[in-house]
Unconditional design. Structure first.
Lengths: 112, 113
């Protein structure tokens, strides 16, 4: 079953604007990760936030995690045309589990 | 950098054929995964393996089997391909020694006619 659900399904913004994507999940987690996929290619890891963390930054990326609401958000600041891609959240199934589940993704389009 | 290699980028097969999708990683990772990706459905886990000869079913294992005879290689097998198995197949791996992030291959777009 899908663990994560991203919202919105698609997002279109202008270069320089900020993009916010949300992810909700269903079960307890060890960590939550965000991945990026350029069209038709494999996924690339962006950032990981652990269940005991509330916020994490990496360059223009900011991730928040609210375990009480079972939700996370990914903020991309000062977006660029090169940020156009699909973004997925992924969660493991908890401590000691090896399997990871992904959501359906958010398709981000950044217009020059 | 970790490299995860999928043997074919595009594959066209006939209904009823037995299909093998191969995945090789070069970083001695314990864990390997097979996902399929369909528009609007995201990635769905088919099978994963946490050690040689060990495997566990994911969410959609029906119609698939896997083989892991060597640590670096994880094969996905479609016993009798059907048109509803037309999809993008993604292989991934990660370390079992506290490793957390997944490394993905470039994917195999399989068309079953």
């Amino acid at each position: 079953s899908q663990q994560g659900e991203e919202d919105p399904q698609a997002l279109s913004i202008q270069e320089g604007e900020n993009a916010t994507m949300n992810c909700s999940y269903k079960t307890s987690i060890n960590n939550l990760q965000w991945y990026r996929q350029n069209s038709g290619r494999g996924l690339v890891h962006l950032i990981l936030i652990r269940s005991n963390e509330r916020e994490k930054h990496s360059g223009r990326l900011r991730v928040t995690l609210d375990t009480s609401k079972k939700s996370s958000s990914l903020l991309i600041t000062a977006s660029r045309a090169a940020d156009t891609a699909s973004y997925f959240c992924a969660t493991d199934a908890g401590w000691g589990r090896n399997d990871m589940r992904f959501g359906a993704g958010t398709r981000l389009t950044v217009k020059p | 950098d970790v490299k995860v290699t999928q043997s074919s980028r595009y594959l066209v097969k006939r209904t009823g054929e037995k299909v093998f999708l191969e995945c090789v990683q070069d970083m001695d990772h314990e864990n390997m995964f097979w996902y399929r990706q369909d528009p609007g459905l995201g990635l769905r886990l088919i099978y994963f393996s946490y050690d040689v000869k060990m495997k566990e079913k994911g969410d959609i294992p029906e119609g698939y089997s896997v083989s892991r005879e060597k640590k670096e290689r994880f094969s996905l097998i479609l016993e009798s391909a059907s048109t509803n198995q037309t999809s993008m197949y993604l292989c991934a791996s990660r370390s079992g020694q506290g490793g957390e992030k997944l490394f993905f291959g470039s994917g195999t777009q399989l068309s079953v006619l």
